[in-house]
Design a protein around this ligand. Structure first.
Ligand SMILES: Nc1nc2c(ncn2[C@@H]2O[C@H](COP(=O)(O)OP(=O)(O)O)[C@@H](O)[C@H]2O)c(=O)[nH]1
Ligand SMILES: [Mg+2]
Length: 482
């Protein structure tokens, strides 16, 4: 795997490194049709200004996508057309042959550059006349209308290679009429939804874009290759973060010194709450790092939308959504040798016995089960007076690593799939069947061996965490690509 890192940089800091050869695209169209959303999705950049208010963008802004400081391509977010009729009327006053039309557009820019009235048109035409390909964005959920022809006609005057993207702001579909009209002006017409944009869709749009200009085929193909590597890299980094989270949490040991004869109840409560807080902090910081890996740093800063804060790590509801049910927990115990003798008889006797009181009897008797709130015993350690301490950890609850993993997998999957164009609050609708999607018997058996090692207080052998990471990566890949 290559060591390239993909960096989203501000235009100002990129300027020096930019060559003039990379492909450039100006995303243009009517106000409020999703231009900025498309730029955000294609540049993997969640800092693009997206707004319900038409006319939010008044200056064009550049969003280069770069790997290792080398720009793959550059997108321009532009203001929407405002005075298309006036502009076209001016252009049409010049009766010139087709190959001279771009010069007339240049002349228009030159003449009205300082004129406030044409600010938006100048801002959008300039990058095009400097060589950017045109991506014309329309909203396929609104009917087609002749007023768009003025804009499309102006774009034709520029002589630059162009394509149209049909976006759908809501569910109504007028794309058939749009296609018929757009095909008269653009060689390529594609449908693209910036809100659902997956990396696959992204690559497929890039494939089309490459066709616009022969000299772009090479660089765009190279971009596609790098983006694939980049996605693999994001997956690897996520798997590594998740693995470390589980290892650090399960093996964590919290100590609390006390200086009296016996530890007080409040000291026992204190160590338990310290222990839980550290586990929660670990989870929160891992989530944050994963969001950064997938370039969702801004979303996190503006609104805490991607965390799973509503669902406490230690609640029973969380356990049932992300981890195992009591029944499954006992089965895990059995496969890892924790439930023996009478426990196994009960287990084999059939499901009904595992319900209600039988569970209490079974788990109480064997000691294999800790309630969701019981994580690890508080031990009193230390011999010399005045240096005694309470100790909690490593994690003895066998259910816990699965809960933690389930939450981490769910969070990573959502972060990996959310489009960079999304701005509204991200809804973590709990799906009671989520655990079935990631945890089958094979994975559980593969994982259990490592969880046992993590809580054993023995040092890990070389490569052991890496093996665990591979299993996590495989599961994550499956979830994200599904
Ligand atoms: N549901 C939905 N909303 C969209 C979509 N594209 C854009 N929007 C919304 O439409 C509004 C205008 O989008 P924006 O990208 O700022 O349009 P621009 O003015 O053309 O740059 C914003 O509120 C977006 O969130 C889409 O595909 N689906
Ligand atoms: Mg905009």
């Amino acid at each position: 795997m290559g060591e390239q890192t993909l960096i989203i940089e501000k235009y100002e800091s990129m300027v020096k490194k930019m060559t003039t050869t990379h492909p450039k695209f100006a995303v243009v169209g009517h106000p409020n049709k999703g231009k900025s959303s498309i730029v955000s999705a294609l540049a993997l950049d969640d800092s693009v200004q997206i707004s319900d208010t038409p006319g939010t963008t008044t200056k064009r802004r550049s969003f280069p996508l770069s790997v290792d400081g080398k720009v793959l391509y550059e997108l321009f977010d532009t203001p929407g057309f405002q005075r298309a009729r006036r502009v076209l009327a001016w252009l049409e006053k010049h009766d010139v042959p087709a190959h001279k039309k771009p010069e007339v557009v240049q002349a228009f820019i030159h003449k009205y550059k300082e004129d406030e009235r044409f600010n938006d048109e100048i801002e959008l035409l300039e990058p095009i006349m400097e060589g950017a390909g045109i991506i014309y964005v329309v909203d396929g959920s609104q009917p087609y209308g002749e007023e768009y022809e003025t804009e499309m006609e102006i774009l034709r005057w520029t002589g630059q290679p162009s394509m149209a993207l049909i976006n759908h702001i809501d569910d109504t579909d007028y794309s058939e009429e749009w296609k018929k009209a757009l095909e008269q002006y653009f060689r390529m017409v594609r449908t693209y939804n910036p809100m659902q944009a997956s990396i696959e869709q992204h690559m497929s749009i890039l494939e089309s874009i490459a066709q616009l200009k022969e000299e772009w085929i090479g660089p765009v193909k190279a971009s596609i290759k790098l983006l694939k590597q980049y996605k693999e890299q994001m997956l690897e980094r996520s798997a590594s973060l998740v693995s470390n989270l589980v290892y650090d949490s399960v093996s964590m040991v919290e100590k609390l010194y006390f200086y009296t004869q016996e530890a007080s109840e409040s000291e026992k409560e204190k160590i338990e709450s310290n222990y839980k807080d550290r586990l929660r902090d670990l989870e929160v910081s891992t989530q944050k790092s994963i969001e950064e890996v997938w370039n969702h740093g801004h979303l996190q800063k503006e609104k805490k939308v991607l965390t799973l804060e509503g669902l406490d790590l230690f609640s029973e509801e969380t356990a049932s959504v992300f981890g195992l049910t009591r029944k499954e927990l006992i089965i895990t115990g059995a496969t890892s040798g924790a439930v023996t003798g009478a426990g196994i008889d009960l287990l084999l006797a059939g499901h009904t016995l595992l319900l209600g009181g039988a569970i209490g009897a079974l788990v109480g008797g064997t000691g294999a089960y800790f309630g969701f709130n019981e994580l690890s015993e508080v031990k009193v350690l230390g011999q010399t007076m005045g240096r005694r301490y309470l100790e909690m950890g490593p994690m003895e609850n066998r259910n816990f690593p699965y809960i933690l993993l389930g939450r981490a997998m769910y969070h990573t999957m959502k972060v990996a799939q959310i489009s960079h164009a999304k701005r509204e609050v991200f809804d973590i609708e709990m799906d009671q069947t989520f655990k079935d999607k990631w945890l089958d018997d094979t994975s559980r058996n593969a994982l259990e061996k490592y969880h046992k090692k993590f809580r054993s207080e023995k040092a890990l052998e070389a490569g052991e965490l890496k093996e665990y990471e591979e299993i996590i990566k495989r599961i994550l890949k499956h979830l994200i690509d599904a």
